[in-house]
Design a binder for this molecule. Structure first.
Ligand code: AGP
Length: 609
């Protein structure tokens, strides 16, 4: 997720570009840049680091001009650096673009353009767009942009500028947000409303496939075929803070709601065109390499550790390789049995958690091969590991990790499938069947998010209890652990997760009348056993909220309430059952008036041991 801005008008472009980018830093902040046309040339200033570093670089020498674009980056392709920062220009400097999203076919386009003699400055997918428009330019800016859009695949919001057309910007979007702010003698373009509400509240909210030619006193919007479209003006009545959260009250809820897109983005480019296999361009493993390992270690902290537990289940079930999982703060002090036959997988949203980084270094010291799953390109853990797989969840601002968890799960599921394909531990038919189910997950997460009312009701009714228990077996237990952590960290309720079969070994002593128990019962292989554990707690007059798959008519006979999630393979159902638990934690925190995005005593990234 990146932030993009554009300005065309009677005023100076640079002040708006910098001001607008400062309002979009929650969308990405590893590097930033602006490009302003001064009547002769396009001056491009860019810098790695936050926007403050760019401002410092520009200093008092503010670029002059009334046409400009800007960008604040959340890296996906190409680590954070000056040269990978946007805006990106073509060979001649005549065309400059900023982009938010992922150009999936950029490698093949880049090869084609290099063949044609184009010279690239960066490792980014975006720079391909600048050279593409240079390549297809036919004198007509709009028709040239349309030709570019016919060649690129993926998700994008794009703003084009050219010194050949100094009085206009062209912008378009596909699967990523883009708005146009309507001013007096000036117009504004931005990824998101926060960037423009300081200037205007009259906007056009762009739709996929629309292309806008924006001049200082006119805006023409067409579809991909060139048909002119009429747009309704949308008047923004949010305040600036609410706008940053996309209209949601908290980043946590915004990020919970972003999960369908975050999971979809993380899956992009990783499934073969015919849907029969998994692509992991970053790995290039073969059977001999994988056979060289006798164990995989997954090490992480907190939510990432809980994702690691699910990852263990996936890899053992699908690839039949032994997996051990450990919390990073314990791992390195137990003299772990690690050698060159060990593959160490570290999971970390921030890529900066010191316990996890230390564990990674310890594993390397003992000869292990290392692989990182992280959400931050160029983070310390990404740089330390031998190989990296990125979740493309976009910045996660809330302390409570939500979209990072589901993207970690989907990435580890695909990794396990990738290994199974190489080791031939699953038939092609089974792999294809799981990939078909995998493709439905973003939509099914969306379905699960569509009705939050029942969960709000439960949160209001039970949110003042001081103890809540989560129980489940197998993968349901792994998700129960994550659900309990979510509730604990944002609502300060003492929530505990237990393997359902463990209750009779002690915990049952705590189950008394009225105690809320969240019981996950989606794993068919252990369903009857889970049901008997639910009966145990019901016999002690607990209040039980069951989590089940659609079509389960049995569970409701034994519990007080049931929340269902769409049917899918029981391997994939954790991606769905975690969603009501995230929402329960969120609304529980609201009920108790807690500081949802910044819970007491906690930090987003724990960079101390
Ligand atoms: C999860 O909601 C917490 N914020 C915390 O447990 C977090 O998952 C943990 O600190 C690990 O962070 P990382 O994924 O950035 O390494």
């Amino acid at each position: 997720m990146c932030g993009i801005v554009g300005y065309v008008g009677n005023g100076q472009a640079a002040p708006f570009l910098l001001e607008g980018l400062s309002k979009l830093e929650y969308r990405g902040y590893d590097s930033a840049g602006i490009a302003v046309y001064d009547g002769q040339i396009v001056n491009v200033d860019k810098s790695v680091g936050r926007l403050a570093a760019l401002r410092e670089k520009i200093g008092k020498d503010m670029p002059q001009g009334t046409l400009g674009i800007g960008h604040t980056r959340w890296a996906t392709h190409g680590r954070p650096s000056d040269r990978n920062a946007h805006p990106h220009a073509d060979c001649s400097g005549d065309f400059v673009v900023v982009h938010n999203g992922i150009i999936e076919n950029y490698l093949s386009l880049k090869e084609e353009l290099i063949e044609k003699g184009h010279h690239f400055q960066s490792e980014t997918d975006t720079e391909v767009v600048a050279h593409l428009i240079e390549d297809v330019y036919d004198g007509d800016f709009l028709s040239s942009v349309r030709k570019v859009l016919q060649r690129i695949e993926g998700s994008y919001s794009l703003v084009f500028m050219s010194k050949k057309h100094p009085d206009e910007l062209i912008c378009t979007k596909q699967d990523n947000p883009l708005v146009i702010g309507l001013g007096e003698g000036e117009n504004f373009i931005a990824s998101d409303i926060p960037a423009i509400i300081g200037r205007t509240r009259q906007t056009f909210i762009m739709a996929d496939g629309e292309i806008a030619t924006v001049k200082k006193d006119s805006i023409k919007i067409t579809d991909r075929s060139g048909n002119v479209l009429k747009k309704k003006v949308f008047t923004v009545n949010w305040n600036a803070e609410a706008a940053e959260k996309g209209g949601y009250e908290h980043f946590m809820l915004k990020e919970i709601m972003e999960q369908p897109k975050a999971v979809r983005d993380t899956m992009r480019e990783r499934i073969t065109k015919d849907g029969s296999g998994i692509v992991m361009n970053e790995l290039k493993w073969d059977k001999e390499y994988l056979k060289s390992f006798n164990k995989i270690y997954i090490v992480a902290c907190g939510t990432a550790y809980h994702a690691g537990l699910v990852g263990k289940y996936y890899i053992e079930k699908l690839a039949r390789i032994l997996v051990e999982v450990d919390v990073a703060s314990e791992f390195r002090y137990r003299d772990p049995i690690i050698d060159e036959k060990t593959l160490m997988l570290v999971v970390s949203q921030s890529g900066e958690t010191s316990d996890t980084l230390a564990a990674l270094k310890e594993a390397k010291r003992r000869g292990a091969k290392t692989l990182a799953v992280t959400n931050v390109v160029g983070s310390s853990i990404a740089r330390e590991a031998d190989a990296v797989l990125y979740t493309w969840a976009g910045p996660e601002i809330a302390v409570a990790s939500t979209k990072a968890y589901t993207t970690q799960l989907i990435l580890m599921f695909m990794l396990a499938l990738y290994m199974a394909e190489i080791l031939e531990t699953q038939t092609p038919t089974r792999i294809k069947e799981l990939i078909d189910l995998l493709k439905n997950i973003p939509g099914q997460i969306g379905e699960t998010l569509s009705d939050t009312e029942p969960i709000k009701t439960f949160a209001k009714r039970y949110g003042f209890n001081e103890d809540v228990f989560y129980i489940g077996r197998s993968l349901d237990y792994d998700v129960a652990l994550e659900g309990a952590l979510k509730l604990k960290e944002v609502s300060y309720i003492h929530a505990e997760a237990y393997a359902a079969g463990e209750l009779k070994h002690g915990t049952l002593a705590l189950i008394v009348e009225g105690v809320p128990v969240i019981a996950l019962a989606t794993q068919k292989s252990v369903y009857e056993k889970t049901l008997s554990n639910i009966k145990e707690v019901k016999a002690r007059d607990a209040v039980v909220i069951g989590i089940a798959a659609d079509g389960d008519e049995e569970l409701i006979k034994y519990v007080d309430h049931v929340i269902t999630v769409p049917q899918t393979d029981e391997l994939l159902i954790p991606l769905l059952t975690v969603v009501p638990l995230q929402l329960l934690a969120y609304y529980g925190a609201i009920t108790r008036g807690c500081d949802v995005d910044k819970p007491r005593n906690l930090a987003k990234s724990v960079t101390v041991e």
